[in-house]
Design a protein around this ligand. Sequence first.
Ligand SMILES: *Cc1c(COP(=O)(O)O)cnc(C)c1O
Length: 236
Amino acid sequence: MDIKENIVKLQAGIAEAARAAGRDPASVTLLAATKTQSSDTIRAAIAAGITVCGENRVQELTAHLADNAYQGAEIHFIGHLQTNKVKYVVGKVALIHSVSSDKLLRAIAAQADKLGLVQDILLEINLAGEASKSGFAPEEALAAARLAACLDGVRLRGLMCIPPAARCSGENFHHFMTLRQLAVDIRQKMVDNNRDMDMLSMGMSGDYQDAVAAGSTCVRVGSALFGPRPPVLPEG
Ligand SMILES: *Cc1c(COP(=O)(O)O)cnc(C)c1O
């Protein structure tokens, strides 16, 4: 598995989809989804040009931080986050993509207040209403955005989604367009917070070109970068 070669391919794929949609390829960040990867693999990815790493699990984030594995890259948190673990994440990452409930939103804001900082966040939206996934229902998103706007400890930067795995190209395009439209609607209905909402985290290895075509500003790519992963066990 040649990470450098994969980055070049992915950047070319991003550029192709962006140009076809009349977008600047530089407006899309390639985030490396590093779950199950070792600190050395993360270092190799950063040396090969990765500028943002996204972690799924608090345990792996903590271990890689202790290892100094992220030198030279920004760290984001993209996985399911339990309220009792926010203290391991808030202030340690530049952006939390996966804020999936009011309770978590309040806990993140409280921890940020305690540390005297403002945590950038995205709201995770469960577009297809999948019971196996976290996230706000689309119709709950505006209320969650308004709650975020009244909490000093967080700054809402946009929305994120994890649609069902795409079986073929084009399949998830409508989900990505729905997320983009939801972000536009929320921005229009919010008075104070609208300028900060400039991010759409959507697209993975199997559907990142459709996500870019629909307006993604951050594609989260794991297997197309690092190769197939062993199955991930639920966090205990
Ligand atoms: C694992 C993961 C990804 C990357 O998935 P791939 O299909 O391997 O590209 C992206 N986002 C989240 C939230 C993930 O957990």
